[in-house]
Design a protein around this ligand. Structure first.
Ligand SMILES: [Mg+2]
Length: 228
């Protein structure tokens, strides 16, 4: 069984500023500030990490940040429900077809490994017309501060919830940032970098993923890489 985990922003769906708006609104509601959110680099980070960084820069004590997290996530889910309209976001080239094909294979379990919290992850996918139900397990932005910690959590859920035998070398992590590549490498999984987000092919190459791909528009080639 091959476990294939996709990042969302810049990997399955094209980048948009809506996620930043959703988080800014939620932080403002709960803490009265979103810190330096307009200049902050979101790419590759978990929401848990972003919230921590923004609020500590704004001088909010750690204990208060931790105590406010559940309320922030609730506000994000509610705001996201409004802002991530149906058809509002756009899937990256070739993604819809590739996911459809992969979801029908008996030798594949599709998962998500994303910095988004679960609620906004699902909202974003639906908005881009990708069925969240194709992804049978995953790890999310509220699960860990550091992205490298997401994969072990996703594995644990694959074992527990799907009863899958997890094979480290049969796990593929696909993402658009150095953080996705690092997460795969640190945990012994196969790393595939895709240049549909904030990083070019050359920029991703510096982090030595096992494969780099421009986008998924060539389905045959994408499948070849995924099962090589
Ligand atoms: Mg991404």
């Amino acid at each position: 069984m091959r476990l294939i985990l996709f990042d969302i922003d810049g990997t399955l769906i094209q980048l948009s500023g809506v996620g930043r708006q959703v988080m800014g609104f939620a932080l403002d509601q709960v803490f009265g500030t979103a810190g330096p959110i307009d200049d902050y680099l979101f790419a590759g980070k978990t929401d848990r990490c972003i919230i921590q960084d923004l609020l500590s820069t704004a001088g909010v004590p750690s204990s208060q940040i931790v105590a406010g997290l559940p309320t922030v996530y609730e506000h994000m889910a509610r705001r996201g429900e409004m802002l991530f309209d149906q058809d509002g976001l756009v899937a990256c080239p070739g993604v819809s077809k590739l996911i459809r094909i992969l979801s029908q294979r008996q030798d594949v379990a599709l998962g998500l490994q994303t910095g988004n919290i679960r609620a906004t992850a699902q909202q974003k996918l639906k908005s881009a017309n990708i069925d969240p139900l194709h992804f049978r397990f995953g790890a999310y932005g509220s699960d860990a501060i550091n992205r490298v910690d997401l994969l072990p959590i996703a594995w644990q859920r694959a074992r527990k919830n799907l009863n899958l035998t997890v094979n480290v070398s049969d796990t593929v992590v696909i993402g658009d940032t150095p953080a996705d590549i690092e997460c795969a490498a640190v945990n012994g999984a196969v790393a595939i970098g895709v240049a549909t987000g904030s990083y070019s092919i050359d920029a991703l190459a510096r982090y030595h993923p096992n494969h780099i791909i421009t986008d998924f528009s060539d389905t045959e080639y994408a499948l070849k890489i995924l099962f090589s």
